[in-house]
Design a protein around this ligand. Structure first.
Ligand code: PEP
Ligand code: MG
Length: 579
């Protein structure tokens, strides 16, 4: 009988190997008052500890290479910036001088105060900043306790390809070292699927399960374990039949992944020769490379919220750098850059004051951008400047009225004129499209479509607003139904308006990355999809193997009120009868 522990799977991968426990080792962090004459020495001590930590991060950064290295560098850089932030080390030095307390104590107090401020803002992005802070502080504490982080180099074996590493938690720097040693899999007692270490494990494709409580106590050094990321489970006390089962499963997963890759280079045609077009969704630099590897035709949705995570809004220059890097990476393929879609569940710290009583129905998306016109101009100017380097389109989120489109277009025209006066030449016809993701936009699509150059259906929000189901709320997730006839009605309406006004219609919500749902979408007349790069193989296979005419007949019949044969659901019926 095996022992099963559960946590949250970060990647869907499987790993088999032997446990190596990475125990943290207690740090000596004393707290005491200082003699007046000792203050300067203590300030120097913490500054030097911070410098050594920075140096350590710099060294790890130079060692990162290969797959996932860009994300790793970004994360390590975030820790370096945290160490340089005056709110951390400078403020700790002030505490040492003002309160005459030792460095460890002052750092603990300062870090607690910052954590408290981050906690009060209760935001998913800030949760990541909290994690950066914790890890940067941890590095300095180790230096102060004279147990430098470089110790980890010595504490872990060099060859980890048959090893599942178990730790309380892991930071990006540690994860980078572990990936270089080809660790087979990772288990942590703490952490969430959107933590930095998790993001990194995904991009490095290392199977990982986080949040496995008491794993360090329950798993023995060198015992055999299996990680199943799909179910977020860790299996110990492995017997022969389980070992055989997972060895076969691992083999099948690898074969399936390779099998899907074969579809990437195939022509984008359904079984009945109807063309379709796949674009990628990308936000972080690494995702653009992934999109290229997946051979998408361009980027159909570049979300820009991640640039707005910091305390201050990003300036035009830093945004320009990010957009132009993306344009260069895509090397001639078009990029659709969505203007800031803050608000709702993703409100950056700098815009906290704009949070209303019901954020999903409040100042979000384009409404918010129009209310902070100077910041919006910075973003528009940065996008327009990047458009001189390659094909770029602007996408406006969360539209509800034609008036909003006019206001946005007016600002775009002003920015273009300004740039022209500064000697920057911009394509006067740079396309401006809109996200159709509110019931108002979908219902009034006849007025909206002529005002926009292309239409992007945001099914994530459209479903949330049409069905009145909060997309964040697990209690109602069972009624978040993409096949609801109300949704099909609205998508049909948008597709038909697109046809009448000769506007391209793309679906860029998560539905476009679901191999079953894309058959429903093609049945509704959608031919353009924008999806996460990891899903491209499976979606392309599903579309290549489907008969779009049969999908249309089935969806039409269902839409007009007919029940499905054998009481099945629409997506299952399409999987069986769409090919
Ligand atoms: C959507 O709503 O479908 C969409 C693509 O936008 P986001 O998920 O960023 O709200
Ligand atoms: Mg949306």
């Amino acid at each position: 009988m095996s022992l099963a522990l559960t946590g949250i799977g970060v990647t869907s991968g499987i790993a088999m190997g032997r446990v190596h426990r990475l125990t943290p080792g207690e740090l000596a962090l004393p707290e005491y008052h200082l003699e007046a004459g000792a203050v300067n020495t203590e300030v120097t001590r913490i500054r030097q500890a911070a410098q050594r930590s920075e140096r350590f991060l710099g060294e790890v950064m130079t060692r990162v290479s290969g797959r996932g290295s860009e994300t790793a560098r970004d994360l390590l850089e975030a820790h370096r910036l945290m160490l340089r932030d005056p709110m951390l080390i400078d403020a700790t030095c002030e505490r040492i001088s003002e309160q005459r307390i030792n460095a460890e104590w002052a750092l603990a107090q300062q870090s607690e105060q910052l954590q408290e401020e981050f906690r009060r803002l209760d935001d998913e992005y800030l949760a990541l900043r909290r994690e950066d802070l914790e890890q940067a502080v941890g590095l300095v504490q180790r230096e102060l306790a004279e147990q430098p982080t470089t110790d980890i180099d010595a504490r872990i074996p060099h060859h980890l390809d048959r090893t599942i590493l178990v730790a309380s938690e892991l930071g990006p720097a540690e994860l980078t070292l572990l990936s270089q040693r080809r660790v087979a899999g990772l288990i942590t007692e703490h952490g969430a699927p959107y933590s930095h270490a998790a993001i990194l494990a995904r991009s490095l494709e290392i199977p990982m399960v986080v949040g496995v409580h008491h794993a360090l106590e329950l798993l023995q050094e060198d015992e055999e374990v299996i990680i199943d990321g799909h179910y977020g489970s860790v299996l110990a006390e492995v017997d022969d039949s389980l070992r055989r089962h997972y060895a076969e499963k691992l083999d099948a997963t690898l074969r399936h992944r390779n099998d899907l890759k074969r579809y990437l280079g195939r022509p984008s045609l359904t079984a009945d020769r109807q063309p379709f077009c796949l674009h990628g969704n990308a936000e972080l630099p690494l995702e653009f490379k992934r999109c290229l590897d997946a051979r998408v035709e361009g980027i159909g949705l570049m979300r820009t919220e991640y640039m707005f995570l910091e305390e201050n809004l990003p300036d035009e220059e830093s945004q320009y750098r990010a957009y132009s890097n993306a344009v260069r990476t895509m090397n001639g393929r078009s990029i659709t850059i969505r203007t800031l879609d803050a608000g709702g569940d993703k409100l950056p710290a700098a815009l906290e004051l704009t949070r209303g009583p019901n954020p999903a129905l409040g100042l979000r998306g384009l409404r918010l951008s129009l209310s902070i016109a100077d910041a919006f101009r910075n973003q528009l100017r940065a996008i327009l400047r990047a458009s001189t380097l390659g094909p770029v389109r602007i996408l406006l989120p969360m539209l509800t009225s034609v008036a909003e489109i006019h206001q946005a277009r007016q600002l775009i025209a002003e920015c273009r004129e300004q740039l022209r006066n500064e000697g920057v030449k911009i394509d006067p016809d740079l396309p401006v499209g809109g996200m159709i993701e509110t019931p108002a936009a979908a219902l009034d699509i006849e007025s909206m479509a002529p005002e926009l150059d292309f239409l992007a259906i945001g099914t994530n929000d459209l479903i949330q607003y049409v069905l009145a189901v909060d997309r964040q709320d697990e209690l109602v997730s069972h009624i978040y139904d993409p096949t609801h006839r109300g949704i099909l009605e609205l998508i049909t309406r948008i597709v038909e308006a697109g046809r009448r006004h000769d506007r391209e219609v793309t679906v860029c919500g998560e539905l476009a990355g679901d191999p079953a749902a894309v058959r429903m979408l093609i049945g509704l007349g959608v031919h353009h999809f924008s999806l996460p790069p990891a899903q491209v193989g499976a979606v392309k296979k599903s579309l290549i193997e489907c008969n779009s005419r049969r999908c249309r007949e089935l969806v039409e019949s269902y839409r007009s009120g007919n029940a499905l044969p054998d009481g099945t659901d629409l997506l299952t019926a399409l999987a069986e009868r769409g090919c």
